[in-house]
Design a protein around this ligand. Structure first.
Ligand code: PHE
Length: 460
């Protein structure tokens, strides 16, 4: 809403209107940029391989449709309807103060996530440069030791500062001139490079074994636990529960179809995750490496595999470039959440806000950078609630704050705000289905994920 600022008398304009907000395609690309992150590139392929391949893939699609997409649409709708940040939008739509406080939770979540996400994003930059420079081409190198040595030192602080600087710079340039442009260049480029990597991986001798591990359906491996893993991941993968999609939604034009955008973002997220799996497993299996999980897969098993590949420094470098792009386009969407809040709340300029928030998030991330488990970093021995600082940030945001944020969105849209259907452009059966999911199905499932994550709910 543009209007007069009461304090300064200057006209303030929200980027959602006119030239400063997202164009239609720009919004879709930026939202895909947010959703396609490290989660797609290594977490999804791994959990799929572990939980019955294609069987899990189908389950994941189901979770995406039943839980992920309804909440995604709800977040974007609240943002566009409320025309504010992740806190003020909720207030604008209801005029009730408590919703402002509930909204504030997701802004704090985003800020906390940003602090350690930038650390991992920084690792990808380091590995990209190392690979292109040929420093990861030695077949006999101890890749596990190399990673732990790196993650346990002080260099990650430098890389995370660089990630923050890039992220802050993009955000400072504004929604259309910064965020949209950044994603418009990187996301299509990302797809082209990913496809090249896929062709390379699938034509390696022995690649099919990897493709099989990833995709061969094994319904016997599906159990209650896989359902909750799929649910939790559908949530994380679409960047829900921390105000990202809500904040992006507040910059969307009124004539954009949010329903279509939801489908495009969901399909994009799925596509990138699927192709990433067809890069990772064929590569790992072709060179006889273990398909280990998370950090070990991306920073230990894959570099060791690339070292054996002809032109491995190049393909390895491109792989880490892809990880870096995925991480950076997500990081931009995360930091924009507190930036949008502070700009509106304290009437700071975008440049000033981006600089301050990037600096604060960087400082908050330093203890995480120095406390990676197993890496023997300067702070790796400091345990809070039995966890390293890094793990504590990750655990409390991914498993506690994000589900809480998601629950707030479902309850707000399902019960508190009466005109969501109008803003979303939904009527009839589709509207009723959406409401049914938001009111009953999503809250129940989120509570289950939550109880499972904190260990209250257990399956033997
Ligand atoms: N969706 C991103 C991924 O798949 C992670 C993310 C979470 C980004 C929350 C923004 C907000 O890795």
């Amino acid at each position: 809403m543009s209007g007069l600022d009461k304090k300064t008398g200057k006209t303030v304009e929200r980027p959602g209107e006119g030239a400063a907000g997202f164009s239609k395609n720009g919004f879709i690309l930026a939202a895909i940029g947010s959703s396609v992150g490290l989660g797609n590139m290594w977490k999804f392929p791994y959990i799929t391989g572990e939980n019955g391949g294609a069987a899990f893939f189908l389950l994941f699609i189901l979770c995406l449709v039943v839980v992920g997409l309804p909440i995604l649409l709800a977040e974007m709708t609240i943002g566009r309807g409320g025309r504010g940040n992740a806190s003020s939008s909720l207030f604008n739509l209801t005029n009730k103060k408590h919703w402002k406080w509930f909204g504030l939770i997701s802004i704090i979540t985003a800020f906390l996530i940003m602090s350690y996400y930038s650390v991992v994003a920084g690792w990808t930059l380091h590995y990209m440069i190392q690979s292109f420079a040929g420093a990861l081409s030695d077949v006999n190198m101890d890749y596990a030791g190399a990673f732990l040595g790196f993650a346990g030192g002080y260099m990650p602080i430098f890389w995370s500062a660089l990630v923050m600087a890039i992220t802050g710079f993009v955000i400072a340039k504004g929604v259309s001139g910064g965020i949209e442009k950044f994603n418009k260049i990187l996301i299509p480029g990302f797809l082209i490079l990913l496809l090249i990597m896929m062709v390379r991986a699938l034509t390696l001798p022995g690649a099919m074994e990897g493709a099989e591990f990833f995709l061969k359906p094994d319904f016997s491996k599906l159990n209650e636990e896989s359902v909750l893993i799929a649910l939790g991941h559908s949530f994380f993968s679409l960047s829900l529960g921390m105000g990202c999609m809500l904040t992006y939604g507040s910059y969307v034009r009124k004539d954009q179809s949010l329903g279509k955008a939801t489908l495009a973002i969901g399909a994009g997220d799925l596509l990138y995750a699927f192709i990433a799996g067809l890069v990772i497993f064929p590569t790992v299996f072709a060179y006889g490496m273990e398909p280990s999980s998370g950090v070990g897969l991306a920073f230990i098993a894959l570099p060791a595999a690339f070292a054996q590949m002809p032109l491995g420094f190049l393909f390895g470098g491109v792989f880490f470039l892809l990880l870096a792009i995925a991480a950076l386009t997500s990081a931009v969407s995360i930091l924009e959440v507190p930036v949008a809040y502070a700009m509106e709340q304290w009437k700071w300029s975008r440049k000033k806000t981006a600089t301050i928030m990037a600096t604060l998030a960087f400082l908050l991330g330093v203890p995480s950078a120095l406390s990676v488990e197993g890496a023997d970093g300067p702070l790796s021995n400091v345990l809070l609630f039995g966890k390293t600082i890094f793990d504590l940030f990750d655990f409390s945001t991914s498993y506690i704050l994000m589900p809480v944020g998601g629950l707030i969105i479902t309850l707000f849209t399902g019960y508190a705000w009466k005109r969501a259907g109008e803003e979303a452009g939904l009527t009839g059966g589709i509207y009723r289905t959406w409401m049914f999911l938001l009111r009953y199905v999503c809250p129940l499932l989120i509570i289950l994920i939550f109880l499972y994550s904190v260990g209250v709910l257990k399956f033997s």
